[in-house]
Write a protein that binds this ligand. Structure first.
Ligand code: HEC
Ligand code: HEC
Length: 269
């Protein structure tokens, strides 16, 4: 009896009780709070899907079908994912207007909240690439040199060395990449719009996509300053060397000709 009360009055007893109480509260909170939050997220999500469905029925169903199954005027959207919608509608490609070799970029007619709702609805039709977060597409601190290598191997054959774009076959073209937002660059790689191949995370992981974005931004002078020198298509030191050869050698030849002409004249007189 004496022993017990002595232990109860141990200077650490109060601390132990406090810690136990805190742990219990934390445990209770952990058990209940996230459930509430998840539920709130779920309702918000289903609201977004409902709103998205309304927008879809008005603006997209005529070509993509009432349930996104596709028609002769537009492909099925089942499984294209929210990233494809965010890219297509966010760059003004969708809703398409007239048929043609390639659906062009136009003025964006939906605001970002509506685009998110459309994306939520289409994503609910079947799983596909998910719209990336700001953090996922942020190129700060990425490796520009590595991005350049990746770009030259995977993208330059269509978009040119610094992304100024180029013509493809049958009236199609790879657009210039200056001024395209990091999110839309990321989504283009995720989803491969029209004749562009897709670069899913299995072939090009998130960090490599960031490197590519950093490269595109840097060659377009959007993030780092132009390092100087002639751009000449941005081919780098090779083109600048070529410039020196052609004009430098040309000047030397011209001087040689001039000197020869003058010595010849001097001999005659
Ligand atoms: C006039 C017909 C038309 C309308 C209206 C239209 N689309 Fe499209 N859509 C197309 C065609 C054709 C394609 C295929 C060419 C392409 O990929 O750009 C396409 C492609 C897409 C793709 C890419 C699919 C993929 O496989 O990656 C998405 C996403 C999309 N549309 C979403 C929408 C949404 C959302 C709307 C409504 C805001 C909409 N479209 C309205 C005709 C249309
Ligand atoms: C086979 C040719 C080809 C390759 C390879 C290719 N692209 Fe594309 N890219 C295209 C075409 C065609 C479009 C236009 C698609 C459209 O309008 O729907 C496009 C569109 C884009 C866009 C959208 C531009 C805009 O104005 O909205 C981005 C960004 C892009 N590509 C980035 C890349 C990157 C990064 C790579 C390499 C990882 C790459 N592309 C590889 C052909 C290609």
């Amino acid at each position: 009896m004496k022993k017990l009360s002595a232990r109860r009055r141990h200077p650490l007893a109060a601390v132990v009780v406090l810690l136990l109480a805190l742990a219990a509260t934390g445990g209770l909170y952990a058990a209940f709070a996230p459930a509430g939050k998840a539920q709130a997220d779920e309702t918000a999500q289903s609201l977004a899907i409902d709103e998205g469905k309304k927008l879809y029925t008005v603006g997209c169903a005529s070509c993509h079908g009432t349930g996104g199954q596709g028609t002769t005027d537009g492909p099925s959207l089942v499984g294209v994912g929210s990233a494809a919608v965010d890219f297509q509608v966010g760059t003004g490609r969708m809703p398409a207007q007239q048929p043609g070799a390639q659906v062009p970029k136009k003025k964006v007619i939906y605001n970002q909240a509506e685009i998110d709702q459309l994306a939520a609805y289409v994503a609910s039709l079947g799983a596909g690439p998910i719209t990336p977060t700001d953090k996922q597409v942020d190129p700060s601190g990425a490796d520009i040199a590595k991005g350049g290598d990746l770009f030259r191997t995977n993208c330059a054959q269509c978009h040119n060395f610094t992304g100024e774009g180029g013509a493809l076959t049958k009236g199609k073209y790879a657009p210039a990449l200056d001024g395209v937002s990091p999110k839309h660059i990321y989504e283009a790689m995720q989803t491969g719009p029209q004749s562009m191949p897709s670069f899913p995370d299995t072939t090009m992981p998130e960090q490599e996509k960031k490197d590519v974005i950093a490269y595109i931004k840097s060659v377009n002078g959007e993030q780092t300053a132009n390092p100087g020198g002639l751009s000449l298509g941005g081919l780098g030191p090779v083109s600048e060397g070529l410039f020196a050869w052609i004009f430098g050698l040309g000047a030397l030849v011209a001087i040689a000709v001039w000197v020869a002409a003058h010595t010849a004249k001097a001999k005659k007189s």
